[in-house]
Ligand binder design. Structure first.
Ligand SMILES: Cc1cc2nc3c(=O)[nH]c(=O)nc-3n(C[C@H](O)[C@H](O)[C@H](O)COP(=O)(O)O)c2cc1C
Length: 220
C-alpha cells in the first residue's frame, strides 16, 4: 500500500525550505502528497517569480525544484480547497505530515482544529492518528499567542522545528543554500528519512571551518 509523506506548504516566507525538503524526500525515493495553500502561492510567486497552478502543478513543481525530472518520482498533488481529498480522512494511508514553512495562521488553525483548508485538515488528521507531524514555523519576533499555539501543537504530538539554521555544519561563511538545507535536513531527521543535506557534528571544534587546529578553550 502506498503510504506517502504529506507535505503542506503554507504562506510563510521560506519556500526554499519546502523545495529542499521535497527534493530530499524524492531523492530518498519516498512517495509524497503535496498541498500548497492559497497564501503559499503568493510567497512562491514572490520568492521564485513563478506561479503555482492547480492545473499545471507538475510543470510548476518541476520548475520550482530547479527543473527536476519528476517522471520517476511518486508525487500526488491535492488542491488546498479540496476538503474531500484523500488526506482529509484518517483512513487515507499516510506516513505523516510536514508543514514547511508553517505560517502562524496555519499553526493556529492546526492547533485549534480549525481545518479551514485541506492543509490544516490533513495536519489535524495526522495528529489525531498519532502519526509524525513536523511544523516549521517562520516568524520573528513572536507573540504570546504564537507561542501558545506552538505549545498546543507540541502537546498534541507534533515536532515544532523552527526555521532556525545552525552554523556548525557549514561554518560562518555558509551559503544561503547550506542554511536552507540545514533546516530541511533537520526535518528529514525528525521523520527518520536518510539524507545528505548537511554534514553532521563530528565532535570536534573547527570542523565546519576546516580549521582542525581550533582547540576548546577548556583545553588551554
Ligand atoms: C510575501 C508574504 C510573506 C509572508 N511571510 C510570512 C511569514 O514569514 N510568516 C507568517 O507566519 N506569515 C507570513 N505571511 C502571512 C501569511 O501568508 C498569512 O497569514 C496567510 O493567511 C497564511 O495562510 P496559510 O496559513 O493558509 O498559508 C506572509 C504573506 C506574504 C504575502
Amino acid at each position: 500500500m502506498r503510504r506517502p509523506w504529506i507535505v503542506g506548504v503554507s504562506g510563510a516566507s521560506g519556500t526554499p525550505y519546502a523545495a529542499s525538503v521535497l527534493g530530499a524526500l524524492l531523492d530518498a525515493g519516498e512517495p509524497v502528497d503535496l498541498i500548497v495553500s492559497r497564501a503559499a502561492r503568493l510567497t512562491l510567486l514572490d520568492e521564485t517569480g513563478r506561479p503555482f497552478r492547480d492545473a499545471h502543478w507538475k510543470d510548476d513543481l518541476a520548475a520550482w525544484l530547479g527543473g527536476r525530472d519528476l517522471s520517476g518520482s511518486d508525487v500526488t498533488y491535492w488542491s488546498a480547497g479540496d476538503l474531500a481529498a484523500g488526506p482529509s480522512s484518517g483512513s487515507y494511508p499516510a506516513q505523516g505530515m510536514v508543514v514547511v514553512p508553517a505560517s502562524t495562521a496555519s499553526c493556529a488553525g492546526i492547533a485549534i482544529g480549525l481545518s479551514k483548508d485541506l492543509l490544516q485538515r490533513a495536519a489535524e488528521v495526522n495528529l489525531k492518528e498519532h502519526r509524525p507531524v513536523v511544523v516549521v514555523p517562520r516568524e520573528t519576533p513572536v507573540t504570546r499567542s504564537h507561542l501558545e499555539h506552538l505549545i498546543a501543537l507540541y502537546d498534541a504530538g507534533a515536532t515544532v522545528l523552527p526555521a532556525s539554521p545552525g552554523f556548525y555544519a557549514a561554518g560562518a561563511n555558509a551559503s544561503a543554500q547550506q542554511l536552507i538545507d540545514f533546516v530541511a535536513g533537520k526535518v528529514l531527521d525528525a521523520i527518520g528519512v536518510p539524507h545528505t543535506l548537511f554534514t553532521r557534528w563530528s565532535g570536534k571544534l573547527g570542523g565546519a571551518s576546516g580549521d582542525r587546529t581550533v582547540r576548546s578553550p577548556e583545553a588551554d
